[in-house]
Design a protein. Structure first.
Ligand code: FAD
Length: 500
């Protein structure tokens, strides 16, 4: 073992830790364990191009890049109020003729900005490939043995790896390890219906060809809402269907309604209590028949109706790893499965499906198995006050309890609320509004929930999450000086409760 962690006895296995899956949780666990001196292998079924997992390849990162792209459409439009003009010069012929160019913005006689979808996709792919390389270097630089292939657990300490030989024929290798870590993530789930083969999931949406001028999105979770905002901003006519009463279940009710109203205002055709019966390919595009008899024509249909744990073919039944009702790997508070040598972290455990959570869980496992970093105590994970953002337009940022959860947990709560038009939009011409909300446990004065719909909500809420985690009271918020003029200062200047 390279510089064994203190108190750790070198095992007779090929590795001390074998990580299955090169996503957020797997890469972090492998890298940190190797840095502590453990002998680590990591298998990724997609090879070097898959390193970074869902987040890097088909999740957080490309989505945020497309969200930035989409924001430009509004920015071009809004800049006129600030004195900017784009003189109506003819576009260079080559630029106007770019394949996939899409008109965006609504300027009448002004030049319309056009989106070069092909360029956006290529630039995104280039950046993702760069990140894949960064992950590869980080792993190898830490001394992790990176293996390409589909891993299958063959015993409590044994992993079989299906690989491809140099001549393209299938190969197989077997490895042993003192500990196995399942970090295989999740995969999109599409229900069964006629025409299912015509729809796509978030995995394919980033590379759609051609640009979908009419996009139908099915689902009401954060992924569905984010793509609705993104493609609406990029210039598609977006219809979003959700079978429930309101999108973004689980978020604060007022925030859900406010965000949904803003999305509709921005041009998304949001249809609630609506569901798909079947999808047919026609000469005019995909015809989607809805319950109740109406139809929608679309160039692409994106299903964002949830994700399921990636456990197929992993061999969990062979070793008797227990699964939960939704197929998630069941773990205890130390992320250990019922098989003592096998651990699991991240989306495959079906808990909070966010990259920073997978990273945090991975660190807990590494600290427990190989000891904490020098001078540190072993980490633990708290699931309270996990901040999160939804990159709709405008963004949602949230940390802590919803109003309903706070009422249930604390009984007597005090709610502060502020709704306004951000200073930026006084000249921009945009009718976008901002909502901020604080929920206080009346007895302790502790702020137990903080929610926002508005520009850069994620950036703003991250800082406040530290305050909530530290147990800040409303009195501390009141004593905090605002930064003027910002939208964020509103969180420290709300004085009058709206209800108790
Ligand atoms: P993953 O990152 O999914 O990694 C699992 C890896 O295991 C994959 O690379 C897979 O190829 C590999 N694998 C699977 N089975 C095997 C096998 N048998 N052998 C070898 N390799 C295998 N989270 C955020 O925090 N913020 C966001 O803004 C955000 N946006 C998202 C947007 C979208 C569209 C999606 C889909 C997700 C988003 N997420 C976001 C969630 C985030 O991506 C996940 O929570 C995170 O990637 C989970 O990490 P993980 O390590 O559990 O799994």
């Amino acid at each position: 073992m390279r510089g064994s962690p203190p108190g750790y006895v070198m095992s007779a296995f090929d590795f001390d830790l074998f990580v299955i899956g090169g996503g957020s949780g797997g890469v972090r666990a492998a890298r940190m364990a190797a840095q502590r001196g453990a002998r680590v292998a990591l298998a990724e079924m997609l090879g070097p191009d898959g390193l970074g997992g869902t987040c890097v390849n088909v999740g957080c990162i490309p989505k945020k890049l497309y969200s930035y792209a989409a924001h430009y459409a509004a920015a071009f439009e809004e800049s006129h109020g600030y004195g900017w003009e784009f003189p109506a010069l003819p576009l260079p012929a080559a630029q106007g003729a770019l394949p996939g160019a899409v008109a965006c913005g609504s300027a009448d006689q002004r030049v319309k900005p056009v989106l070069d979808w092909a360029r956006l996709k290529a630039n995104r792919a280039h950046e993702i490939a760069r990140l894949n390389g960064v992950y590869d270097n980080l792993l190898r630089g830490s001394g992790v043995t990176v293996l390409n292939g589909f891993a299958r657990i063959e015993g409590p300490n044994t992993v079989g790896l299906a690989t491809l030989n140099a001549d393209g024929s299938p190969g197989h290798q077997t490895f042993t390890a003192a500990h196995l870590l399942i970090a295989t993530g999740g995969t999109p789930h599409v229900p069964h219906f006629t025409g299912r083969e015509f729809v796509i999931t978030s995995d394919a949406v980033f590379d759609l060809e051609p640009f979908p001028r009419r996009l139908l999105i099915v689902g009401g979770g954060y992924i569905a809402c984010e793509f609705a905002s993104i493609f609406n901003g990029l210039g598609a006519a977006v219809t979003q269907l959700y079978r429930g009463e309101q999108v973004l279940r689980g978020f604060d009710d007022e925030i859900r309604h406010f965000a949904a109203a803003e999305m509709v205002k921005s041009g998304i055709d949001l249809r609630l209590n609506a569901d798909v019966v079947c999808v047919h390919q026609t000469g005019e595009g995909l015809r989607v028949d809805l319950e109740g008899g109406s139809q929608v024509l679309a160039d692409a249909v994106l299903y964002a109706t949830g994700r399921v744990p990636n456990v197929q073919g992993l061999g969990l039944d062979t070793v008797g790893v227990a699964l939960g009702a939704k197929g998630e790997v069941r773990v205890d508070e130390h992320y250990r499965t019922n098989v003592p040598s096998i651990y699991a972290v991240g989306d495959v455990t079906g808990r909070v499906q966010l990259t920073p959570v997978a990273l945090g869980e991975a660190m807990v496992v590494v600290d427990a198995l190989f000891g904490p970093a020098a001078g540190k105590v072993p980490r633990s994970m708290g699931y309270d006050f996990i901040p999160t953002a939804v990159f709709t337009h405008p963004n949602i940022g949230t940390v802590g309890l919803t109003e309903a959860q706070a009422r249930e947990r604390h009984g007597d709560i005090t709610v502060f609320r502020s709704e306004f038009k951000a200073l930026r939009h006084t000249l921009s011409g945009s009718s976008e509004r901002t909502l901020m909300k604080l929920i206080v446990d009346t007895a302790s004065d502790r702020v137990v929930g903080l929610h926002m719909v508005g520009a850069e909500a994620g950036e703003i809420v991250q800082g406040f999450a530290v305050a909530l985690k530290a147990g800040a009271t409303k009195a501390v918020f009141d004593a905090t000086i605002g930064i003027h003029p910002t939208a964020a200062e509103e969180f420290v200047t709300m004085r009058e409760p709206v209800r108790r």
